[in-house]
Design a protein around this ligand. Structure first.
Ligand code: FAD
Ligand code: MLT
Ligand code: ZN
Length: 497
């Protein structure tokens, strides 16, 4: 349920505060001051930690704790568990499903000060680091050593590796390096009762000694434990990178380009992304220094193809063969190759700028879904038709845009209402989008997670025994339910009123 909230911008309404949680007292704050040196108190100091990236959700935490070590996290959680104070783990706060901010007055536990890269093994490429390291900083560290972070995304300058792991973030290198579930070779986390579980200090590529506990934490969105340290296996940094920007007339042509890119580029394909005309226009309207190098034609889609390998000449020859095949086939009607790294970066901005540009233009309903390739863009077309029938034609008042990680069959459907939040528009979109995705054989969350947006729709992707087991795991690891309440699991599953 959405409703206007406390701020000037519309906020989303939230689950009722559960009576199981204690209210913060001044004694609690005094106790926290003995556990960590960074305690923020009061509306102004806490506000940046209460409002999410898109200004859609706003909590009312009265205290923010910024521990500097695992021992401090452990002491804080032990105390909060005993006192039944609810806690929200927070990284860079770039999450897009309202998971990283309090719903009510939960204590914010920010990992921002735990930002040390502790060790790097050049034989294996494994970096061991604290959860608050910013992803872009890790990548810069690895660049100096000839390696690359296995993950990249538009928020890399702000998001933290702990947040990436907690959301199992996908991003633009997924098509090449796969999920963090493969790259992460160790996690240290603190349970709700303060117990430290160190599965990060002996990071091994192969270790089949029983249950894979780190995997439980990956994608758990702060509901099972607080990630404090992790070990990530980084691949060698490719010596040569080339970027092509292509025009396709319809989405079948985008699929054709994807199939040819897979065949011809094979192991050097490092990213393949798409934007539709509306997504691209949103970027160009906002980022006035950018231009579409293929602006003249009327092809409706753009595809960004990146190749990265150890031998530029070899990759270049492959890219040429791919482009020849794509033009011969007709799926690509126009295209350019970036002649320099700076031009390549500008092409990337045309794709990665969509998220912020949409957010800046109005109130955005964001849907991040996986679908079988054959249905990937159908959802966008059907959404436009549905909204037009409900009195919201795509155009002057709203922008319905589709973009995303086409190589992973991951669509981002965004509906931006320039006039702000309107309940009838929301009602035309939800639950229809989620139910339609499930009917088409997809997932209601491909990479952003569930947060406080989608607990009510989990049943569309998980059968009842799976949901029941999720609740059992939650209760086993956090019996007092203090970690990130109101998120991920529907309250009824936890027998909450
Ligand atoms: P936060 O937003 O602070 O937290 C996210 C969730 O993780 C919350 O539930 C929080 O409680 C939990 N959490 C955070 N840190 C910890 C911890 N140490 N221990 C336990 N739980 C923790 N996502 C993608 O998957 N692919 C993309 O391509 C992508 N692109 C983006 C582009 C932009 C411009 C933006 C704004 C966001 C994008 N995201 C993307 C969404 C987001 O999930 C990622 O940015 C990132 O993984 C979140 O990291 P964070 O540190 O900001 O986490
Ligand atoms: C992206 O791929 O740009 C991100 O996941 C962010 C978004 O969808 O807004
Ligand atoms: Zn994405």
């Amino acid at each position: 349920v959405y409703a206007p909230g406390r701020g000037a911008a519309p906020r989303l309404a939230v689950a009722e505060r559960s009576a199981r949680y204690a209210e913060l007292s001044s004694d609690d704050v005094a106790a926290f001051r003995t556990m960590t040196s960074s305690v923020l108190e009061g509306f102004e100091a806490c506000r940046p930690y209460n409002v999410d990236w898109m200004s859609k959700w706003e909590g009312r935490a009265r205290v923010v704790l910024r521990p500097a070590s695992t021992a401090e996290v452990s002491a804080i959680l032990r105390y909060c568990d005993a006192r039944r104070l609810a806690v929200v783990p927070q990284g860079g706060k770039t999450g897009l499903v309202g998971g990283s901010v309090p719903v009510h007055d939960e204590v914010v536990l920010s990992l921002a000060r735990m930002d040390r890269i502790e060790a790097f093994d050049a034989d294996t490429g494994v970096a061991t680091l604290e959860a608050g390291v910013v992803l872009g900083d890790l990548d810069a560290f690895l660049r100096d050593r000839g390696f690359v972070a296995p993950l990249d995304l538009g928020a890399s300058g702000t998001c933290t590796v702990g947040g990436n792991l907690a959301t199992n973030a996908g991003g633009v290198r997924f098509v090449r390096y796969g999920s963090l579930r493969g790259s992460c070779v160790g996690v240290e986390f603190v349970k709700a009762d303060g117990t430290v579980v160190d599965c990060a200090s002996t990071p091994l590529r192969k270790d089949n000694t029983g249950y894979a506990l780190p995997q439980l934490l990956i994608g758990s969105e702060g509901t099972l434990g607080v990630i404090t340290r992790l070990a990530l296996a980084a691949p060698p940094r490719p010596a040569a990178v080339s970027v092509a920007w292509l025009a396709c007339s319809d989405f079948d042509a985008v699929r054709g380009a994807l199939a040819l890119a897979r065949r011809h580029l094979a192991e050097v394909l490092s990213a393949i992304e798409f934007v539709d005309g509306n997504a691209l226009r949103a970027v160009l309207d906002r980022e006035r220094d950018l231009a579409d190098p293929l602006g003249g034609g009327d092809a409706a889609f753009r595809v960004l193809v990146e190749c990265a390998g150890s031998d530029g000449a070899h990759d270049g020859a492959k890219l040429e063969r791919f482009l020849e095949a794509a033009f011969d086939d007709g799926c690509v009607v126009d295209g350019v190759l970036a002649p320099s790294a700076s031009k390549a970066a500008r092409l990337w901005r045309l794709r990665e700028g969509v998220s912020d540009s949409m957010t800046a233009a109005g109130f955005v309903y964001k849907y991040d879904v996986s679908l079988p390739h054959a249905h990937l863009y159908r959802l966008v077309d059907e959404c436009r038709d549905r909204l037009a029938a409900a009195g919201f034609p795509d155009g002057a008042e709203i922008n319905v845009a589709g973009y995303g990680h086409v190589g992973d069959a991951n669509l981002h459907l965004n509906v931006c209402d320039f006039s702000g939040y309107r309940e009838p528009l929301r009602a035309a979109l939800e639950p229809w989008v989620f139910e339609r995705v499930a009917a088409l054989g997809g997932s209601v969350s491909a990479e952003h997670g569930v947060g406080q947006c989608k607990p009510d729709y989990l049943h569309l992707n998980k059968p009842p025994p799976a949901l029941a087991l999720m609740a059992e795991l939650k209760r086993a690891m956090d019996p007092n339910l203090i970690l990130n309440p109101y998120k991920v699991l529907p309250p009824a599953l936890l027998d909450e009123p």
